[in-house]
Design a protein around this ligand. Sequence first.
Ligand SMILES: NC(=O)c1ccc[n+]([C@@H]2O[C@H](COP(=O)([O-])OP(=O)(O)OC[C@H]3O[C@@H](n4cnc5c(N)ncnc54)[C@H](O)[C@@H]3O)[C@@H](O)[C@H]2O)c1
Length: 258
Amino acid sequence: MNDLENQRVVVFGGLSGIGRAVADAFRQAHARVFVADLAATADEPDSAQVDISDYESVKTVVSHIAEKWGGIDHVICAAAKGSGKFGFPFWNLDPADWQSVLEVSLVGSVNVAHACQPWLCEGESEGRTVLFFTSVAGQIGSQTDPPYSAAKAGIVNFTQCAAKDFAPYGIRVNALSPGMVKTDLNESVWATSQANIPPENRETYAEWAEKKIKTIAPLGRWQEPEEFGAMAVYLASRKARNITGQTINIDGGQVMHS
Ligand SMILES: NC(=O)c1ccc[n+]([C@@H]2O[C@H](COP(=O)([O-])OP(=O)(O)OC[C@H]3O[C@@H](n4cnc5c(N)ncnc54)[C@H](O)[C@@H]3O)[C@@H](O)[C@H]2O)c1
C-alpha cells in the first residue's frame, strides 16, 4: 500500500492536458479522484462542471464532494486561460483584456483555496496538500501575454502566502511551473502569435513549436503531461514532507534561479 491509497483528491481543470495527466497519476496511485472542470459534462464519471472564477460555484462543488467523502486530502488547480490575443508589445492589448484572465488564472486558484480551506484544516490535517500551476511566463516577464504572465506571477506569491498560513496545520502548498507542453492552451499561444503575420510567412504549429523549444530551453525538448503527474503525486506523498512554498520548474532548464 502506498501513502496515497484512498486519499481524497480534487483536481480543478483535470479533464484535459496537464490536469488530466495529474488526475490519472493519482488514480494510478489508487487515490480517489474527483475532477471539477469547465468542460465537464453529465457523462463524465466523478466530475462536475465548474468555472473556477465563480466562487459560489466552486464552494458548491467542494462542499458536495467533501460531504460525500467526509473530507478532502489533496487539492490541485491546473485550470487557467490566456487572453487569446498576442500581447507583444503590451499595448496590443486593452486594459479590459486583463480582467477575465486574472479572474480565471489568478483569482480562480484563490477561490479554490478559500473553498477548500475549511475542509483541509478540519480534523487530522497533517500531510494534506495543495498544488497550484504557475508558468515560466510568470517568472521571466514573458511578453507573449502580459495578463497571463502577471496572473502566474501572482500564483508564485500566493503559493508562498498559503504555504505559511497552512504550515501550522501540517498542510503543504506548492506550485508546478511548466515550460512548454503540447496542449490546447499551448496551441492557442501559437495561434495568437500568427495572427499579425502575413499568411505566406505563417508557420504551422509543428514548425513554430520545433523552433521555439530549441531557442528557449537548454535541453531543447518539450515536456510531457505525465511528468507533471509524477511530480504532483510525489509532492502529495510523505516523501515530500519537507517541501512547501516552492515553485518547481519542469521546463527543460528555461528558468534557472541562482
Ligand atoms: N501547456 C503549456 O505549455 C503550459 C506552460 C506553462 C504553464 N501551463 C499551465 O499548466 C496548467 C495546465 O495547462 P494545460 O496546457 O494543460 O491547459 P489545457 O487548456 O490543456 O487544460 C486546461 C483545463 O482547464 C479547464 N478550464 C479552463 N478554464 C476553466 C475554468 N474557468 N474553470 C474550470 N476549468 C477550466 C479546461 O476545460 C481544461 O480541461 C495551466 O495552469 C497552465 O497555465 C501550461
